[in-house]
Design a protein around this ligand. Sequence first.
Ligand SMILES: *Cc1c(COP(=O)(O)O)cnc(C)c1O
Length: 401
Amino acid sequence: MTSTAEYKDLEAKYYMQVVKRMPPVLVRGEGTKVFDNDGKEYLDFTAGWAVLNLGHSHPDVTKAIQDQAGKILQMSNLFYTVPQLPLAQLIVDNSDVDRVFFCNSGAEANEGAAKLARKWGKLKLNGAVEIITTLNSFHGRTQAMMAATGQPAYQENWKPLMPGFVNVPYNDLEAIKAAYKPDATCAVLLEPVQGEGGVNVPDDGYLKAVMDFCHEKNILFMLDEVQTGMGRLGTLFGYQQFEGVEPDVMTLGKALGSGAPLGAFTCKEFCSVLEPGDHGSTFGGNALTTAAGAAAAKVMVDEDIPEKSLAANAHLVGRLTALKEKYDFIKEVRGLGLLIGLEMTRDIAGPAVAECLENGLLLNAVRPNTLRFMPPLTVSNEEIDEAVDIVDAALAKASSD
Ligand SMILES: *Cc1c(COP(=O)(O)O)cnc(C)c1O
C-alpha cells in the first residue's frame, strides 16, 4: 500500500501546484463520514464542497451509476438519450423555469447563461452585452467567469479581463441601478446567498427589488444557484426562500450530480433564445452524469430532504449561537439551511480548521475570520453535536495560541 508520505511526494512531483491541500488522503465516504488511507474517520462538513447534499455514497445514486455504466455512458447530444429527461423534468416541475441545458460544471453553466444573456441583448436590446455582477461573488474560474467574479484575488493575475462584466456591491439595489446602461446592459447575475464570498445573506427584499428592476428594463434576472441549489438553503432551489422571487435564468452545478460532474443552465420560456448551433457540449448531460443526477433529485424531492434539513439547521445554528455566548470573539452566526457561516473578530479560522482536522472534522475557512459549515443535508443531530464539540475545542485552542 502506498503511504500517505508517498502520495504527497507523487502529488508534489506530478500535479500542478494550484492548491495547498489538507493533509489526509481520503479513500472512502459514507453519509457524513469519510475515511483516510490509514482508516481514520472524519465528519465531512464540507460535503465534497457542497456537492454531496445526500451524503457520500447514497445507495440510490451508487446504484444508478452502476446500472447506467452497464448500459451506455455517452452518445453526444446529437442523439436522444434517456436519463437527462427525467432530471430536466424534475427541475422544471419543481421550479419556475421551463427549459434546461446540461453541462459539466458550475463555471460552464454560468458561461452558458452569459451566452444566453448576450443573445437576448442582441435580439431585444440593440446588441447589449454587459452583465452586472457583484463584489464578493463567485461564478467560476473560466476567463469570462473570472471577470464576473467580483474578487480582486481571482482577477489580478489574469488581466486584461474579458470585457462585458461590471462588478458592483452586493445587497445594494442602487449600485445596480447606477451601473445599468440602456442598450449596454443585458442582465444581472447574482447568487441568492453568496457562498465563497463568506456566506452573505442579502437583506429582505433585495432580490425581489433587483428582479423588478430587471423586468422594468427588460434585462434578464439571472441567479447563480450552483452552491445554493439542490436543497442547500432548505428549499430545493435557494430563491424559493425569498418571497416573490423567480429567476429568468438559473444556473446549477455542485450538488446537481451528487458527485458526478454535472451543471445546468435553465431559463423561462420567454427568454429561451438559443437556437440550433448556438451552444453545445460533448459531455454535457451525458447518460452517466444525468443518471446520477436524476437518482439524486428523485430522492431529494420524494423524501423532502430540503424541508427535513431545516431541523438540522435549527440544531446547528442553536449550537453555534451557544458558542457565540461562550466566546466574545465570535461576531455572527449567519446563513440559511445548511450553508452557515461563523464570523469572528480575529483571523483564526485557518488554525481552527487545522485543529478540527486533527480531531476528525473537515471544515472550511471561507475567509481568514469566517468558518463555513456545509454538511450533507442528511446530517444527524448527533453528528452536529460531535462536530460542534470539536469546533468548540479548536476555537478554545486557536484563540489562546
Ligand atoms: C462553485 C461555484 C461555481 C463554480 O463551479 P465549478 O463547478 O467549480 O466551475 C460557480 N458559482 C458558484 C456560486 C459556486 O459556488
